[in-house]
Design a protein around this ligand. Structure first.
Ligand SMILES: *Cc1c(COP(=O)(O)O)cnc(C)c1O
Length: 421
């Protein structure tokens, strides 16, 4: 491996006066906006996008940023301004993509259980491609398109039974997973739908999982995708693209992981066998590093056996990944105390034993009212937040070129209760 994660831009850096994001003091933002709060570096998002775009420069490609990683309007608009297209996982994400300025033709609509209403909306709006999850869904898309007097561009999602070697909860390409159709069934399904009025069989889609940190599963997925595409082309299916999905991981623990360049180097030789343009759907690899969840310590305690807890004003309601997947995030003080390091369990305030951000983390003395930052939370952070315990959604701040602005204000109880009678 030539590329090392330390070469990837790290937006959050310790300075003498505390943690900074792109040169802006984190503490100075928190003093105005309060905690908990999500901070994002625009520069890190730009660098995350261009790392992938540059890596695939030698092959015809389109990047469809996976909105489900972070679909706050300002983030979606930033990606749009970079030339990205969009991957939407629900009717809501299709609508957000449109409001963020993506042309409907630039949107790929994926998702394992699309309702008839979502399909009607997508077809009526002229979404670029609908990635169908089953033969039945292809039939329903055809019906909807004929009823609307339209032709829907579709790709079938195939499940290649490849182990992404990621966490089981974010692996999607095994035959025990609910996603797509079995690879061996795909040819017959394409043959059965070739010439169906209302359907244009434009692509083939694969997405084997998320947080993939080694090249081999992705190369095998590309191999399976291209081999199928070649067979389909021979069978007369006029394919216009192959869709390799997303899944490129990041170095949450600072270890060396697959870089965008290594990912491209692994899959481009496979893609070249067919020469069909590729669609990529990265989410995490573009936005994860850009974000930090900043929180205040509300309590500390020490048990007789020596275990120490720092209780934050953020919990699984703000950042669900540790509770959901046991995932690791670096946790750092915003202003580092000079006291010696000790092991701390960093936990949230929610009445759930899984509401833990990290155990036995080496931290200099932690005291009530200290600020703590949980890093690499730009993807699958704010988008997974909930109102459990009647907690209000945290605000989000975008830092760009030495300035910052609130891109989502803190939710209020009135916002929440407006839906109730
Ligand atoms: C979640 C998802 C993505 C994005 O995955 P990342 O791991 O964030 O890159 C892309 N495509 C599909 C179909 C998805 O479900």
């Amino acid at each position: 491996m030539i590329t090392c994660e330390t070469l990837v831009y790290q937006p959050f850096q310790q300075a003498e006066s505390g943690l900074h994001c792109d040169g802006v003091s984190v503490q100075s933002i928190v003093e105005k906006v309060g905690t908990p709060v999500y901070l994002y570096s625009a520069r890190a998002i730009r660098e995350g996008y261009s790392a992938i775009d540059d890596a695939f420069a030698a092959y015809p490609h389109a990047i469809h940023y996976a909105l489900k990683a972070n679909s706050t309007l300002a983030i979606a608009r930033l990606l749009k301004a970079l030339g990205s297209r969009a991957d939407a996982n629900s009717g809501g994400e299709v609508a957000v993509a449109m409001r963020a300025g993506f042309a409907t033709g630039e949107i790929v609509f994926t998702g394992v259980g699309k309702t008839r209403e979502e399909l009607e909306f997508a077809v009526a709006q002229g979404v670029g491609t609908i990635n169908a999850e089953s033969a039945g869904e292809l039939d329903r898309i055809g019906e909807v398109a004929r009823a609307l007097g339209r032709e829907a561009r579709v790709a079938l999602r195939v499940n290649p039974d490849i182990d992404a070697r990621s966490h089981p909860n974010i692996s999607t390409g095994l035959k025990t997973n609910k996603f797509g159709v079995a690879l061996q069934d795909a040819r017959a399904i394409y043959a059965a739908h070739l010439g169906t009025k209302g359907l244009r069989l434009a692509g083939v889609h694969i997405h084997i999982g998320s947080q993939i940190t080694t090249a081999e599963p992705l190369r095998r997925a590309a191999d399976a995708l291209v081999s199928l595409a070649l067979e389909l082309r021979d069978a007369g299916v006029p394919l216009e693209h192959v869709d390799l999905g997303g899944g490129l991981g990041i170095a949450y623990e600072g270890q060396q992981v697959l870089s965008a360049a290594e990912y491209a180097a692994a899959v481009i030789p496979e893609l070249q066998r067919a020469g069909i343009p590729v669609v990529l759907e990265p989410g995490r690899a573009i936005v994860a590093r850009s974000g930090a969840l900043v929180s205040r310590v509300v309590d500390t305690k020490r048990y007789p056996d020596g275990r120490q807890f720092a209780v934050l004003d953020a919990g699984m309601t703000e950042l669900m990944r540790p509770a959901l997947y046991g995932s690791f995030h670096r946790i750092v003080p915003v202003v580092t105390r000079s006291s010696p390091e000790a092991a701390w369990d960093i936990v949230g305030p929610i009445c759930e034993s899984s509401d833990v951000f990290g155990r036995d983390r080496a931290m200099p003395g932690v005291e009530v009212d200290d600020l703590i930052a949980i890093l690499d939370t730009g993807a699958y952070g704010a988008v997974m937040a909930s109102n459990y315990n009647r907690r209000m959604l945290a605000p989000e701040v975008l830092i760009d070129g030495g300035a910052w602005r609130v891109i989502r204000r803190r939710q209020t109880l009135d916002d929440v209760l407006a839906l109730e009678s």
